[in-house]
Design a protein around this ligand. Sequence first.
Ligand code: NAP
Length: 515
Amino acid sequence: MLPEFKNEAFTDFSIPENKTAMETALNSVRKELGKRYPVVIGGRAIMEGDTFKSVNPANYNQLVGEFTKGTKDHADLAIKTAAEVFEEWRSVPAYERARYLLKAAAIMRRRKYELAAWMVFETSKSWSEADGDMAEAIDFLEFYAREMMRISEPQPVVGYTGEENELYYIPLGVIAVIPPWNFPCAILVGMTSAAIVSGNTVVLKPASTAPTIGFKFFEIMEEAGLPAGVLNFLPGPGGAIGDTIVDHPKTRLIAFTGSMEIGLRIHERAAKLNSGQIWIKRTILEMGGKDFIMVDETADIDAAAEGIVAAAYGFQGQKCSACSRAIVQEDIYDELLEKVAEHARKIKVGEPDNPKHFMGAVIDQAAHDKILEYIEIGKKEGTLVLGGGKGSKGGWFIEPTIFSDIKPDDRLAQEEIFGPVLAFIKFKDFDEGIRIANGTMFGLTGALFSRNRSRLERGRAELHTGNLYLNRKCTGALVGVQPFGGFNMSGTDSKAGGRDYLLLFTQGKSVCERF
Ligand code: NAP
């Protein structure tokens, strides 16, 4: 019997042994930087051909890894291989499949400092952000293993005299997994493990700015004994090989997390029937957000200020759930703005291998430039209260930035920036606050701080986000506790880490025998 699912505890780095363990891991990973990594198809490592580089955003002259650049031919071969291996993997019993995930979770737990250290270098996560990413990845493995065991049990159907009726869930086929770089372990592991444990085979194309941690997971699955070809590792530029993966007639489902633009492109292409294709492709598309924390005049202002700062600047604001809009009732607007600015002013920005730095760099030059462009837009639309500048040289740093006087329809209030830029927006009455909160094309996360019971109830009913939080920040969803996914242009609301998730990777078969 397995113990019940429990979320992985976060590491307390104030405990000296934990701090030492992380320092040791950072030192040993530092020695491993700059290695060369392959494409792996059907267990065969391919090193030939062009390469691309993954670098440390906080020190962009430091090479993290060099990867074989997957081509369209590799993509085609990977999908064909996965389709062949599927014919065997589909009939491996669910409990046996689940054990690969449990084994991988145990390996990851034993190596969590080292894996977190890789993310510090590759994505500029602070220690605690990298540790949180690891904990979530372990949670997905543990949770989906148990979920697969649960849904492989006989499903309840209504009895019918003279017959035996059954419903069970069978796998789909080849799943293309296309994760983003911002939770390069958790989201990649979550989507991949859900697909595998449900009996599918996978072609995994990691994000090009964070492929190393994806390769580490691939190795862990190999170490856990996963048969060759169940998981195929295909690094390469999405712009060059993405369409081939999505369009392929043997691709059955595309599990994607990333930007709205790419998500919509996949949605459109997946709808098209290609020669030799005999199914309607499924898509799981989890996309961007323009998330908010709304604060009314009855709220605990200190708690709201802390929540806003943590949600706006944790991992440099590069979470799909990050707070980019503070929507504040006018009577407390100035006071809350001052408190948020006071906290944000104290944030230390710099190389995240130093634990004093709460914020590292943003992921790459393109993100850096885009965020600075939004800062210029913000200067025209509102008032710059804090930050607005680049950080120190050698890395893609940006200061924690606050704009006040942003209007609900301004670009800063409508478009996803994906950086440490927070817009303060004022409302007069609660109705207007709700209208502003709901007034974007997205609907991923949101939070309401209030002490007024009837407003909290209205918030529950009327704030239209896939993940809503009352009197706490809008980031930090836990697997199993707050299943995650957004409304409207934030995606297909797949509710990762929830009880419905694995069903997306399966099809229900209803069997009836009359005696
Ligand atoms: P992205 O640019 O859309 O990239 C996501 C993935 O798609 C990457 O692996 C990328 O590969 C690949 N890709 C690029 N072009 C493609 C194409 N034409 N066909 C198929 N795949 C293609 O997003 P990102 O910058 O990595 O991630 C940030 C975005 O993800 C934000 O919008 C954020 O809100 C969203 N996000 C959403 C959630 C959620 O749960 N809703 C969670 C996390 C992040 P390359 O790296 O090679 O370009």
